[in-house]
Design a protein around this ligand. Structure first.
Ligand code: UDP
Ligand code: MG
Length: 342
């Protein structure tokens, strides 16, 4: 079992954590669909919206939604911190017994949530949605995604399930584990896998965006891939060692061969082009390896600064969260000791 008390009964609360960055066009539709789904599954719920420093009307749309639906918490960040951090902020402010992370652009169908809840009730700590199709995505994005999963699978210590995003349900225990991870560089896909606990996949078709467009460009995706690799494996650092050995050995053998040639055949030393290309090759290899080291060094630098993960501009709590502070309880989740809030 997943170690949470209140679930077989009907009293459990589901928190739906929804990060939004410039999503003014789809939020109302999103809230409507979530509400319809949660009503029909007869589960008590709250939506935890995170306004990740949007520059459009996202915040005021959230506020007007909250005016008619008391089940909404709004976590308003001080600026744009990126989705990974926004999700962490949302989880930290969610008070539910289970927490669902979902995109607000309606690419993740809320209709899947009841199935996730069933999985959770059956004892799984994490129920993640695994996409079967990537509608509306380019060939290029599909290929690069496949390449990324392959690399991480062969380099990392924990396998990351393929074609899985952030859309998932987590038990309170799994969410607590996630909040205990103090890393500034939060590669969430890896962290979900790292925490372990019983996990289950459910298949779904990822839809095209409702409105607007993806905030990810290829440069950001590339950086995310580097993030994924560097935060979970030091294989690139080891690569330098082995590459060094290989080149040194080859050079040594080649040296012996040259001496042999000079002694036996009395050949004069030739090969300025060879010399140049070897020097350039080695220079290049050394710079690449320095770059590897730099990637890790930069991350150490970021982690040692110990900055808070995010800053809050304001928080408006849902009715359920307000309720919970009024009734003093031994496990008040509203003031958790979490990263980013010190
Ligand atoms: N998002 C966010 N902060 C950001 C970028 C994105 O909170 O800096 C949210 C965005 O509003 C959406 C989700 O993260 O709800 C996924 O973003 P997007 O659709 O751009 O990514 P994709 O679906 O292409 O992976
Ligand atoms: Mg999207």
């Amino acid at each position: 079992m997943n170690g949470d008390g209140s679930k077989g009964d009907g009293s459990s609360l589901i928190s739906i954590v929804a990060p939004a960055y410039n999503e003014e066009g789809g939020l109302t539709q999103f809230a409507l669909r979530v509400d319809a789904v949660m009503r029909s599954s007869a589960s008590a719920y709250e939506i935890v919206f995170i306004n990740d420093g949007s520059t459009d009307e996202t915040l005021s749309v959230m506020r007007s939604l909250r005016a008619t639906n008391p089940n909404i918490t709004i976590v308003n960040l001080s600026r744009n911190f990126g989705k990974e951090t926004a999700m962490t902020a949302g989880i930290a402010h969610a008070i539910g017994d289970a927490i669902v992370i979902i995109d607000t652009d309606l690419q993740d169908p809320p209709e899947l949530i009841p199935e996730m809840i069933d999985g959770w009730r059956a004892g799984y700590d994490v129920v993640y949605a695994q996409r079967t199709g990537r509608a509306g995505e380019t060939w290029m994005k599909k290929t690069t995604a496949r390449l990324f999963y392959w690399t991480v699978k062969h380099m990392g210590p924990v396998p990351i399930p393929e074609n899985t995003g952030d859309f998932r349900l987590m038990s309170r225990r799994a969410a607590r584990a996630l909040l205990q991870i103090p890393e500034r560089h939060r590669f969430m896909k890896g962290l979900y896998a790292w925490i372990g606990y019983p996990q289950k996949a459910i298949a779904y078709r990822r839809e095209a965006r409702f409105t607007g467009r993806s905030k990810w460009n290829y440069w950001q995706l590339w950086n995310l891939a580097i993030e994924g690799i560097t935060s979970f494996t030091i294989v690139p650092l080891k690569l330098a060692t082995y590459l060094g050995f290989l080149i040194a050995l080859t050079a040594f053998a080649y040296g012996l061969f040259m001496i042999f040639k000079v002694i036996v055949f009395g050949e004069v030393v030739r090969g300025f082009p060879t010399l140049l290309s070897v020097v350039l090759l080695l220079g290049g290899v050394q710079l690449i390896v320095l770059g590897f080291i730099g990637e890790y060094l930069g991350r150490i630098f970021d982690e040692t600064k110990q900055r808070p993960l995010y800053l809050l501009e304001s928080v408006s709590w849902s009715a359920a969260a307000e309720e919970r502070t009024k009734a003093p309880s031994s496990n008040d989740v509203r003031t958790p000791k979490v990263v980013g809030q010190r």
